[in-house]
Design a protein around this ligand. Structure first.
Ligand code: RAT
Ligand code: ZN
Length: 428
């Protein structure tokens, strides 16, 4: 008898996950409240910095990059248009002249339907009218309910001239929005950053001497306190090297790491961005490159008492990142970031992470720049996580372990922010 024709006798007799349990897993994955641990949304007190509405959705840089593949207009002419005109052009290009098959365009469709709108039938004018009738406070609540998000972590930059004044004059915080201190300009451009720090009253000079480093620490301490930051974050180009005789390594060793240890804050690292490969696309102009993760391994191994959150941009870096997390408990892997926030990559990365790490990671963050997007980002990811978990709990069932309600609830709590919050409090 040929051994490989059709399912084996053993497989046919293997117990399948009861349908009721499968239904419960999918339902719980779809509705467990989550901590959205990395977004570009803002506390509503920061006024116009919190983006929402259809024109913001349509001019999201993920869509702009896609639209430009089919727009012949010179880049500068597009940027000179009013936002509403840019949105109309994107709408025509990506939704009327072709089907919204990409992840970012499908996201608009998911979001609009969840809000009770029908993009095909209603058309842009009616959708705009609907948004103009919404009140921000109620809309925030509605989005959080639809996406089952309990808290957003913002991305907060003391280098952003529009954002900084809000923090300097202080305001009543909305507890639904926590903060993260973003320091890219400090680490990637010390010459420029030293000018900004000087303007803000820190006695630094372009040479990174001890005095400058201690002033950088003072700057980090002041801003971490002002923001009540949950972590300090940077995105880095693929060629980041550590250890090294570079400004960035000097700043990390002499200021960022001592600061993080003193204040118990994780250092979040996002390897793999290649900045401005096409500057004409502005915010949409960054690319991706495979990072040398040995630099990160060196950094994490040399600092066992520090905590590191890491998400990598290149798909090719995902396996080695998981293996690294198996070796270092002070590394917490999170999210399917930016170009990996597509079903193919989410599926692959989530399976691999569960297989290598169990539930000790945070599968997703929204990275939303527009409030409304939170709906699709979470719906799409939850769908995939549901499929993956049904498969993983089925595999377990087959080998004799039936997940209980309490197990399921605990595992999902960990995956939807619990592991992250435990990591924030951990002391290694
Ligand atoms: O995903 C994005 O919107 C990117 O533009 C980046 O902002 C990225 O998420 C980041 O945090 O650097
Ligand atoms: Zn981001």
């Amino acid at each position: 008898m040929p051994a490989c024709s059709g399912p084996s006798e053993a497989a046919v007799n293997e117990p399948a996950l009861p349908k009721e349990l499968e239904r419960k897993i999918r339902e719980r994955v779809a509705t467990t409240p989550t901590y959205d641990i990395h977004t570009h949304l803002y506390d509503p007190a920061l006024e116009s910095l919190l983006l929402w509405g259809i024109d913001e959705q349509l001019t999201y840089h993920y869509l702009v990059a896609e639209a430009f593949r089919s727009i012949e207009l010179p880049y500068e002419k597009y940027w000179a248009l009013k936002k509403s005109e840019q949105a109309e052009l994107v709408w025509r290009t990506l939704f009327e002249q072709r089907s919204p098959l990409s992840e970012a365009t499908r996201g608009v469709i998911t979001t609009l339907h969840a809000l009770g709108l029908d993009p095909k039938k209603d058309g842009l004018p009616k959708i705009r009218r609907w948004f103009s009738e919404q009140k921000l406070g109620a809309f925030v609540t509605r989005v959080m309910e639809l996406a089952h998000v309990h808290t957003f972590c913002m991305t907060n930059s003391p280098f952003d001239p529009e954002e900084r004044p809000f923090w300097e004059k202080s305001f009543q915080r909305d507890p639904l929005f926590t903060a993260a201190l973003r320091i890219d300009p400090l680490l990637i451009d010390w010459q420029g950053a030293s000018k900004t720090l000087t303007e803000q009253g820190y006695a630094v000079n372009p040479t990174l001497d001890q005095k400058s480093l201690s002033e950088v620490r003072r700057f980090l301490a002041d801003w971490s306190k002002k923001l009540n930051a949950k972590y300090v974050m940077v995105s880095l180009e693929p060629d980041f090297a550590y250890p090294a005789k570079s400004d960035i390594a000097t700043l990390i060793d002499g200021a960022v790491l001592p600061h993080c240890l003193e204040h118990g804050l994780p250092f979040a690292l996002m390897p793999g961005v290649v900045r401005q490969v096409n500057p004409a696309l502005r915010l949409a102009g960054d690319g991706v490159g495979r990072a040398d993760l040995s630099a990160y391994q060196n950094l994490i191994a040399a600092h066992p008492h520090h905590k590191f959150l890491v998400t990598a941009l290149a798909r090719e870096n995902q396996h080695e990142l998981c293996v690294m997390a198996r070796k270092f408990r002070n590394l917490h892997v999170f999210g399917c970031w930016w170009f990996t926030n597509i079903p193919t990559a989410i599926n692959d990365m989530t399976r691999m992470r569960l297989e290598l790490l169990g539930p000790s990671f945070t599968p997703q963050h929204s990275d939303a720049r527009v409030l409304d997007q939170v709906i699709y980002k979470w719906r799409h990811s939850r769908q995939i996580l549901g499929d993956v978990l049904v498969e993983k709990y089925s595999d377990l069932f087959r080998v004799g372990w039936a997940v209980t309600d309490a197990d399921l609830e605990r595992d999902l709590r960990q995956l939807f922010g619990g592991s992250f919050e435990t990591f924030l409090l951990a002391n290694f």
